[in-house]
Write a protein that binds this ligand. Structure first.
Ligand SMILES: CC(C)(COP(=O)(O)OP(=O)(O)OC[C@H]1O[C@@H](n2cnc3c(N)ncnc32)[C@H](O)[C@@H]1OP(=O)(O)O)[C@@H](O)C(=O)NCCC(=O)NCCS
Length: 168
């Protein structure tokens, strides 16, 4: 029998390649058929290893979920970008590689991201999700989130509805 070691920790220099791979696989799976193909491909390619290494070396807060030596997914967080919304904090992104979804890792990352926001004295959490991303919406509703705002995101001329979920 083998024992798997799960660690949720801050990203460090050298993680860029694995985070870029997780980002690539997760975004293509989550948004295929939702975001126009060319826009999705452009967004994924823009965020290669170097982009992530730069993000790690700047002040961006990136948490990674690591199983043994594999980065299964990541979350980024910080101050809520829309100051008119009640939550002070925001989880900007939370993405797992497809093969690591559905086994509780997302819940672990989400809870640790919320703890990290609280540690930074940011009260409440917001997350934006595309309305067509039904599995993610179920995940946020299951985690007790309430829809608090709506907006639109434009991808290659296609306007997609997005919803903000909030937690106190
Ligand atoms: C959304 C995401 C982060 C959730 O993480 P996860 O590890 O798959 O979810 P968990 O295994 O922790 O699931 C937590 C709960 O949500 C439910 N859930 C998760 N994914 C679900 C799905 N696709 N459909 C229905 N319920 C789902 C689970 O049943 C579980 O409920 P339980 O605790 O009562 O058993 C992950 O699936 C992911 O990376 N998805 C693709 C990228 C994405 O859409 N990110 C969000 C962008 S806004």
């Amino acid at each position: 029998m083998s024992t798997l070691l799960l660690d949720i920790r801050r990203a460090r220099p050298g993680d860029g390649e694995q985070i870029a791979n997780a980002h690539d696989a997760s975004w293509r799976q989550a948004y295929c058929g939702i975001v126009p193909h060319r826009a999705l491909d452009r967004m994924v390619r823009r965020r290669g290893e170097e982009w992530w290494e730069r993000a790690i070396s700047r002040s961006t807060v990136i948490l990674v979920a690591e199983i043994d030596d594999t980065i299964a997914g990541y979350a980024t967080l910080g101050i809520n970008r829309i100051r008119s919304l009640a939550p002070d904090g925001e989880i900007y992104e939370i993405y797992l590689r497809p093969e690591y979804q559905g086994v509780g890792l997302g819940t672990g990352l989400f809870l640790d991201a919320r703890i990290e926001l609280k540690r930074r004295r940011l009260k409440g959490t917001a997350v934006w999700v595309l309305a067509d991303n039904e599995p993610a919406i179920r995940f946020y509703e299951n985690a007790g989130g309430r829809a608090i705002a709506e907006g639109f995101e434009q991808f290659d001329g296609e306007k997609l509805l997005k919803i903000a979920y909030g937690w106190d």
